[in-house]
Design a protein around this ligand. Sequence first.
Ligand SMILES: Nc1ncnc2c1ncn2[C@@H]1O[C@H](COP(=O)(O)OP(=O)(O)OP(=O)(O)O)[C@@H](O)[C@H]1O
Length: 259
Amino acid sequence: MEPVLSVEDLSVRISGLHILQGVSFTVAPTGVTVLLGRNGVGKTTTLRAVLGLTPPAGEVRGTIRMGAQSLLSQPTHRLVRGGLGYVPEDRDVFAGLTVAENLRLAERRGTSPAYDKVFALFPELDRRGRQRAGSLSGGQQQMLAIGRVLLNDNRLLLIDEPTKGLAPKVVTEVAEVLERVAESVPVLLVEQNLAVVRRLARDAVVLAAGKVAWTGDAHELLLETALTKSLLGVGSAEVSAPSARSELAGPAVARKDQL
Ligand SMILES: Nc1ncnc2c1ncn2[C@@H]1O[C@H](COP(=O)(O)OP(=O)(O)OP(=O)(O)O)[C@@H](O)[C@H]1O
């Protein structure tokens, strides 16, 4: 199967820092590929480089392809119109606008937005159309951020830490939604909650200090105690949440201050 995304020898420098140092990986055309690593290794920087969102003072080198199309020289709006959907880490909903207005702003001109699909996945967005997005709970804001992207056809979704800061029950809800989303569109996911990774991801790419430290089957990675310990700062015993447990309150990749 041809990958939907190929990143080769990607190097990003910002403000004199060499943040990504020759990163290469591919994203399969189906399912979820997870981008893992401890805090500050360059996961968000990678997603933003793919989207052409590196700050103007930054320098990006290497090759990024979606199918046969080279992405690096293209402006972000063209990449998005070409089917690259992005759900940023901070959700970025317009707090002062209603849910319906947030959705309307996400419609791509010249296409028919898939409101039916979005409201089937997130009935609450339909019910809360008149509510200001800023007054939604964190989980509801995340649903809005994901729903917004799904209004349009996508060839690939880039989703950055969708469960960050959410209560366990809401983490489970977001994971369920992403599982359904990934049935129809490939996803490159940054995720620190390893129970969510175990549930969703087939392939894993692990970054360490701006380089790819490991790629392969996500479940194999999570079974390798020594690897998860050295690359992510957690042991696999902690990763293997009991299957009877319904809520995905699993351990997160260690933060810098825990190491
Ligand atoms: N605009 C910027 N200017 C200066 N340094 C930056 C900039 N963007 C990112 N960095 C630095 O690059 C490194 C990688 O950041 P990045 O946000 O990609 O890491 P991450 O793996 O996504 O981390 P986290 O898991 O904490 O979200 C960090 O040291 C960060 O401080």
